[in-house]
Design a protein around this ligand. Structure first.
Ligand code: NAP
Length: 286
């Protein structure tokens, strides 16, 4: 089975490396070739375009920034869907909105290509260790065919329903993630303004039942003011935007997420787009 990988950023580069380590012949493309150097050294075959990758593989994996980038690369006259082999399987791991994934699945079907939306839960380190959680929407038979590949990149695969359902589950998780970080940052900032000791306030908040367990992983970043990106803030803001876009499509109100996404938008506007999303603490505490 020949496998292709397009999108070799923080997540994609690490996921692709695990496929190589698992013994797969991997064909790759990324907008910025420098990010592929380690993979090429490890045996991956570089192609100069996404179309060239897509045209020769049985399974194509994409891990791109957002729906606009996926659309630009995949759809239309010059998009890679057109180039894909009959009966190939396309796994899109990018975090996108459910209706966009459904649209991709329909375009893929027209080309006799199977589509799975398979966004991941877990960040840079789980990606490196092959411990991601895949949230998969699509046909179970297609998923079974690619399970050995996903097993090399993740520790858990959850089939959540038909096309778009993987994307739906992923947006729910990131909505909670974004809100948790925001609630914590706002609370801690005011605590400091009220004269509480930052370390003690963190001790108490993070050990309390009201704190999301994941926040403990961000304590050192906030203490050291080290916002080197594992999960860039601009991506979290994008996910909250996609959550509210989806709510609009479904005629649902999401007042908290609308507010949260604007706080992250303010952080972006203040130059924090490429910092880790925990940098929202910096926005609220200065
Ligand atoms: P990243 O490091 O910013 O990588 C983004 C990828 O998209 C890169 O391959 C980048 O190419 C490509 N790209 C961006 N704009 C493009 C354009 N205009 N044309 C062509 N390619 C373009 O992001 P990441 O953290 O790996 O995230 C990738 C996806 O996974 C996102 O949807 C994100 O929300 C999701 N995700 C991230 C995490 C995380 O913790 N980081 C966790 C779960 C899910 P270049 O290398 O040339 O810029």
């Amino acid at each position: 089975m020949k496998v292709g990988f397009i999108g070799l950023g923080i997540m994609g580069s690490r996921m692709a490396m695990n496929l190589l380590k698992g013994g797969h012949k991997l064909v790759i493309f990324n907008r910025t070739k420098e990010k592929a150097i380690d993979l090429i050294k490890a045996g991956a075959i570089w192609e100069d375009s996404a179309v060239a990758v897509a045209g020769q593989v049985d399974v194509l994996i994409t891990m791109l920034e957002n729906p606009a980038v996926v659309e630009k690369m995949a759809v239309g006259e010059s998009g890679f869907i057109k180039a894909m082999k009959d009966k190939a399987i396309w796994i899109d791991c990018s975090t996108v909105n459910p209706s966009f994934s459904v649209m991709l699945s329909e375009l893929a079907t027209l080309r006799n290509v199977s589509f799975l939306d398979a966004p991941v839960s877990g960040s840079k380190m789980p990606a490196e260790k092959g411990e991601l959680i895949f949230l998969v929407g699509g046909n179970v038979d297609d998923l079974e065919k690619v399970t050995p590949l996903l097993d090399l990149m993740g520790s858990k695969i959850i089939h959540v329903g038909d096309h778009g359902k993987g994307a739906a589950m992923k947006l729910m998780i990131n909505q909670m993630l974004g809100q948790s970080m925001l609630a914590f940052s706002e609370s801690l900032s005011l605590g400091m303004a009220m004269g509480l000791d930052k370390t003690q306030a963190m001790d108490v908040l993070l050990e309390s039942a009201v704190s999301a367990p994941i926040l403990k992983a961000f304590r050192a970043r906030i203490e050291d003011e080290d916002y080197t990106p594992n999960f860039p803030l601009k991506h979290l803001q994008k996910d909250l935007q996609l959550f509210t876009d989806t709510a609009y499509e479904l005629d649902k109100a999401t007042p908290l997420t609308n507010t949260a996404k604007e706080v992250y938008a303010m952080a972006k506007q203040q130059g924090m787009a490429d910092l880790d999303f925990a940098a929202v603490f910096k926005l609220l505490s200065t």
